[in-house]
Design a protein around this ligand. Structure first.
Ligand code: FMN
Length: 195
């Protein structure tokens, strides 16, 4: 089991970093091989540029994108860890998806039909929010975000098994609640990574 973890938070003291550490530890304890792509730390360039389109149109894949795609190919499971910013991914993570989940790699045209090319993999998303979970559950925001990421990205690319967990009120909860959140992260990974 190869597990690719894509981490998108600029602050090493963030709660998301605690989620990252927990995901890596739980995965390794279950016997998975783990690769982490810490997008801010590696200075990932999230901008899909004219030169990228030029390369793609010539049948080439830019080097930085090809390197990330190797990790996606390698992975049986892909996890995104990120804070919700303006009801969505941080631009860094959105840019990663724009560039790495490209036409011909993550999805493609087969006999005139657009199909997902990442079939057989599974995905996990851990999203933190400032808003309480109850508010985002009742006003439909969780579902909106899930539709965009789980359905619009992962299902579209052929990944059917998507486990998306939201942690609410993260800046405002006490340490015991945070510990509970991390216990939930550990359980989610351990229960679902291999099944
Ligand atoms: C630029 C920015 C935009 C944000 N937008 C939202 C938002 O749309 N909804 C929300 O609930 N919280 C929002 N927040 C709060 C963060 O989601 C919250 O602080 C974060 O998830 C806490 O986790 P962390 O310690 O890992 O950063 C935003 C924070 C920032 C900095």
């Amino acid at each position: 089991m190869n597990h690719l973890v894509v981490f998108a938070h600029p602050n090493p003291k963030s709660f998301c970093k605690g989620i990252l550490d927990t995901v890596v530890k739980a995965s390794e304890e279950k016997g998975a091989s783990v690769r982490v792509r810490d997008l801010y730390d590696i200075g990932f360039d999230p901008v899909l540029r004219a030169s990228d389109f030029e390369a793609f149109s010539n049948g080439a894949v830019p080097e930085d994108i090809a390197a990330e795609q190797e990790d996606v190919k390698w992975a049986d499971a892909i996890t995104f860890i990120y804070p919700v910013w303006w009801s969505s991914f941080p631009a860094m993570l959105k840019g990663y998806v724009d560039k790495v989940f490209s036409f011909g790699f993550a999805y493609g045209n087969v006999d005139g039909t657009i199909v997902g090319l990442l079939k057989g993999k599974k995905a996990f998303l851990f999203s933190t929010t400032g808003s309480p979970n109850e508010v985002y559950a009742s006003n439909g925001m969780h579902n909106s975000m899930k539709q965009i990421s789980d359905q619009g990205i992962f299902n579209f690319c052929g990944i059917d098994q998507v486990t998306h967990t939201f942690f609410g009120s993260v800046p405002y909860v006490d340490d015991a609640t945070r510990k509970g959140y991390l216990a939930e992260v550990e359980k989610t990974v351990k229960d679902n990574l291999f099944s």
